[in-house]
Design a binder for this molecule. Structure first.
Ligand code: EPU
Length: 353
């Protein structure tokens, strides 16, 4: 008897010609030829074993807060929706929190604060999903994910095998990790992050050395805020200067803050003494990309229906009905003017598809 190919398991939820507009925080129009909702590790293995999807190219979509979609996607889109939030360990040293990759990052931060676990508060209100947080090594207000990272589980898209990776294997850098690189040793598009674990150390040490936080401390007279207070301050600070993607489409900071040598920085300061810059531990200097873009006069400007947010020049926004191409055209125009004036090439933070 001829052997039959196994039919797709009933539990694999698949949509054909699915709109991705609701699934990217920029609200850009694009279609996925095939979209598979991944709600468990087993779903990833079902995709790997599937007669068509197994060998097809894959595109992994988390919260869609770090992509600019400029075209329809013919790769099989894996929409990661794995749920779950729990404390997996508590010792005298701290807590280990585990989250399914489909949980919202901010939801997990709020959950940890509600459960009396301090440590993630500076990372409140960062858009996107738990599974995307290590890809980007998200960071804000003096804390990066890598500072609270414990480990993650991922499933290999070729073998279907599960692996657990520690921080060293994730090769975290500034808004960077092994999951952003597709060359030799890189894991971009090769494995699906299914669970992420964070470590929140005891005793809690608040990170308060950021200008906006110091300002809140001075305004309120609270010198020793608890984690919930810091959480609420961060939410208020972000709401005041960053657009809510539910209201105005955006992908957070559009460019990375460029890092230059001290000599380059000296040269730029000579010409523009007010430039905002931060010395780094290794002797290099990080420049505020928002300041560079602002200095070139871009704040509030638009190209077509894509624009530069009027309260923070580092954030590009969809003013309503923008296409990915318009966003990319605007980004290129900004890159050219910053290069023309400062000789610095800005590197986009989101992945342009
Ligand atoms: N600035 C301007 N004009 C602007 C924007 C900024 O002059 O239009 C100046 C500010 O006055 C400030 C400096 O640039 O002196 C830095 O601005 P800000 O404090 O807003 O931080 P950022 O460097 O622009 C980074 C992260 C944000 C994170 C904040 C807070 C990157 C690419 N961005 O922004 O992360 O929330 O610090 O820690 O590193 C994200 O990655 O999506 C993101 C929002």
């Amino acid at each position: 008897m001829p052997s039959e190919l196994p039919s797709p398991p009933a539990t694999l939820q698949v949509q054909q010609r699915a709109s991705l507009r609701e699934y990217n925080t920029f609200g850009l129009p694009a279609l996925a030829a095939t979209l598979v909702h991944i709600t468990s590790e087993a779903d990833v293995r079902r995709v790997v074993d599937h007669p068509q999807y197994g060998l097809a190219r894959k595109f992994i979509l988390g919260g869609g807060s770090n992509v600019v979609l400029t075209r329809d996607i013919d790769a099989v889109v894996l929409k990661i929706e794995i749920p779950g939030l729990r404390v997996v360990d508590e010792t005298a040293q701290g807590w280990v929190i585990e989250a399914g990759a489909g949980e919202s990052w901010h939801g997990a931060v709020a959950w940890s604060i509600d459960h009396g676990i301090p440590g993630l508060e500076n990372l409140a209100l960062i858009p996107g999903s738990m599974g995307a947080s290590p890809v980007q090594n998200i960071g804000a207000y003096g804390v990066e994910l890598k500072d609270r990272f414990h480990s993650l589980d991922a499933v290999d898209l070729i073998t279907g095998r599960s692996v657990t990776l520690g921080a060293a294997e994730c090769r975290f850098g500034y808004r960077d990790s092994v999951f952003k690189h597709s060359g030799f040793g890189g894991l971009a598009g090769k494995s699906v992050i299914t669970r992420v674990r964070m470590f929140c150390a005891k005793p809690w040490q608040p990170v308060l050395g950021y200008l906006d936080i110091e300002r809140r401390m001075a305004e309120t007279g609270i010198r020793t805020p608890d984690a919930r207070t810091v959480f609420e301050w961060i939410c208020a600070i972000r709401r005041a200067k960053l657009p809510d993607p539910a209201v105005i489409g955006n992908a957070g900071s559009f460019f990375k803050n460029p890092v230059v040598t001290p000599e380059q920085c000296k040269d730029i300061i000579g010409r523009d003494p007010e430039i905002v810059h931060y010395p780094m531990p290794d002797g290099s200097v990080k420049l505020a990309a928002g300041w560079l873009i602002d200095a070139c006069g871009w704040k509030g400007k638009s190209v077509g229906r894509a624009g530069v947010y009027d309260k923070q020049a580092l954030v590009l926004v969809n003013r309503g009905g923008a296409s990915g191409a318009e966003v990319v055209t605007l980004a290129r125009a900004i890159q050219e003017s910053v290069y023309g004036r400062f000789g610095i090439r800005l590197e986009p933070e989101p992945i342009i598809v």
